[in-house]
Design a binder for this molecule. Structure first.
Ligand SMILES: [Zn+2]
Ligand SMILES: [Zn+2]
Length: 139
């Protein structure tokens, strides 16, 4: 695995655990354009509230959405999160970016930086992951 490993080159990764045999699929990357109203409608109540507040405060001229593989540096586990990012056309900085916390320990998640086999299985905690990369299904 190269030093500057990046998940961006993969559509998704299956994290097969050789210990507990679980094999969650983590999505990565963008998909088809979806209308912002549809994205908001499909969001969790907490996220929906944040998005609606942002659309009230700002005139949203552009949005995009993608899955990103995130790490919890405390548990050393990976998870895939769905990002909806809003822009107002005034600045290149988004006016809204979601934040995520680890479902196990509540630590703030950050983008994954290591090859997947260096992480632990989110189910059993063993470092026995055998990643399989899947083709982009939707691009
Ligand atoms: Zn496991
Ligand atoms: Zn954690």
């Amino acid at each position: 695995m190269s030093e500057n490993f990046s998940f961006n080159q993969y559509g998704s990764v299956t994290l097969y655990c050789q210990h507990c045999k679980k094999a969650p699929i983590l999505m990565n990357g963008g998909g088809m354009p979806i209308k912002l109203e549809t994205l908001i409608k499909g969001s969790s109540p907490k996220r929906k509230k944040e998005l609606l507040e942002a659309t009230k405060k700002h005139t949203i001229t552009y949005h995009h959405h993608h899955h990103k593989i995130m790490e919890c540096t405390s548990c050393n586990i990976l998870s895939s999160k769905f990002f909806i990012i809003l822009f107002d056309g005034q600045s290149t900085e988004p006016v809204y970016t979601p934040t995520f916390n680890c479902w196990k320990c509540s630590t703030a998640l950050s983008p994954a930086t290591k090859p997947p086999q260096e992480y632990c299985c989110a189910s059993c905690g063993q470092q026995r992951l055998a990643p399989r990369y899947d083709e982009m299904l939707w691009d």
